[in-house]
Design a protein around this ligand. Structure first.
Ligand SMILES: *Cc1c(COP(=O)(O)O)cnc(C)c1O
Length: 389
């Protein structure tokens, strides 16, 4: 439904299912099971359920189906499977694709838990994992050897906001028949072009911008009809990473306002990055929305997150964090509340100092997820905190 509509209209209406009551707002079907009219009907449904026929909430649920259909339409994907968290989505996409003896090539700059799956779990199962600098196409060309089964990367890396050329990497991967799996959290469905750029599977942590108000965990895997339903859905159904109907309902309502929120947050992030760009107390301001940023051509919309490198290292970064009055110290992103994170001591603590240095995660680096507050207040908060260093 609604493939010709603009994204804003799709985000409000696509995928809506109405019960016999004709409720206007999406219903929350808080049920794990479904009542079959007869034994024969139960038998038939287990052979091949119809589009509006459900068996068990681990496989599907009407509220979850509305969320899946809406986000698939928005992303321009043929199908979606909703998951309990972003990590359930990343794990599901990788596990459904890879087996013992396969090779996967991944960008080195990854979210900590993604790195754990690639560094610890996949090798244990006999998958060969190679890492590259995601922004260096020569490294991708050299590493994606014939027989490579998949490539995996975050389209915009966390927390250093390097933008990867999805179309170019997809072309390299497809040259050897590899599946392109993209973790697209920082791009958000609003700014995503992943499917048209050649991604085969796109994953989101819905916990971030899709909820957008820091309430629920959730995730989604998007792709083609032959993958979902197919190996991805089969893997997810039988391993238990399903999204709860309640969380799906929260995410559905989140999609209605996603476009407005993300665009407002990105506009504020650009304002803040511009206001901080000349700051002497900052060694670096990283934001793809700035025309001087190396990722600008690939991600001109910039996104909702920027990173600053405080001159003076960890001590100065902690002073700044502790002096903030509006911006909260936490580790979510995409939230209505602005959030500051110190990656070196929290989200990326697992990495060795060498690994952090290699990824540009310096002791002074602070990641700022820009919320829905007035950007003038956020700039004032940051400037007065900078004065406290
Ligand atoms: C948060 C995040 C995840 C994991 O999502 P959860 O919902 O926390 O499981 C994966 N990838 C990226 C890039 C993220 O930011």
């Amino acid at each position: 439904m609604g493939v010709t509509w603009s994204k804003r209209t799709q985000a409000v209406h696509a995928g809506t299912r109405r019960s016999q009551y004709g409720e206007l707002s999406e219903a929350l079907f808080l049920t794990q099971g479904f009542d079959y009219p007869s034994a024969e009907a139960a038998e038939a449904r287990f052979v091949e359920p119809g589009a509006d026929e459900f068996i068990y909430a681990r496989f599907g649920n009407p509220t979850v189906a509305m969320f899946q259909d809406r986000i698939a339409t928005l992303e321009g994907a043929e199908a979606a499977f909703a998951t309990a968290s972003g990590m359930a989505a990343v794990n599901g996409a990788l596990m459904a694709t890879l087996g013992a003896g396969d090779r996967v090539v991944a960008a080195r700059a990854l979210f900590g838990s993604c790195l754990y799956i690639l560094e610890e779990i996949l090798p244990r199962l006999g998958v060969e994992v190679a890492f590259v600098d995601g922004t260096d196409l020569e490294q991708w060309r050299a590493a994606v050897t014939p027989g490579t089964r998949a490539v995996f990367f975050e389209s915009v890396s966390n927390p250093t906001l390097e933008v990867i050329d999805t179309a170019a990497v997809a072309q390299i991967a497809h040259g050897v028949g590899a599946t392109v799996i993209v973790d697209n959290v920082f791009a958000t469905p609003v700014f995503s072009r992943a499917i048209e750029q050649g991604a085969d599977l796109v994953v989101y942590s819905a916990t971030k911008h899709i909820d957008g108000q820091g309430r629920c965990l959730g995730g989604v895997i998007l792709g083609r009809e032959d993958d979902i339903p197919g190996p991805v859905e089969t893997y997810m159904k039988h391993t238990g990473g399903a999204l709860s109907p309640f969380n799906a309902w929260v995410m559905l309502k989140g999609l209605e306002t996603l476009d407005l929120r993300v665009r407002a947050q990105a506009a504020a992030a650009l304002e803040i990055a511009g206001a901080l760009a000349g700051e002497a107390r900052l060694a670096r301001v990283i934001y793809p929305g700035l025309s001087t940023d190396p990722g600008h051509a690939l991600m001109p919309e910039g996104g909702t997150v920027l990173s600053i490198d405080v001159a003076g290292g960890r001590e100065a970064a902690f002073k700044l964090l502790n002096a903030l009055k509006i911006i909260r110290i936490s580790n979510n992103l995409g939230d209505a509340k602005s959030i500051a994170t110190h990656p070196a001591t929290t989200t990326h603590k697992r990495l060795s100092q060498d690994q952090r240095a290699r990824l540009g995660i310096t002791p002074g680096l602070i990641r700022l997820s820009v919320g829905l507050e007035d950007p003038a207040d956020l700039i004032a908060d940051l400037k007065s905190a900078l004065d406290m260093i």
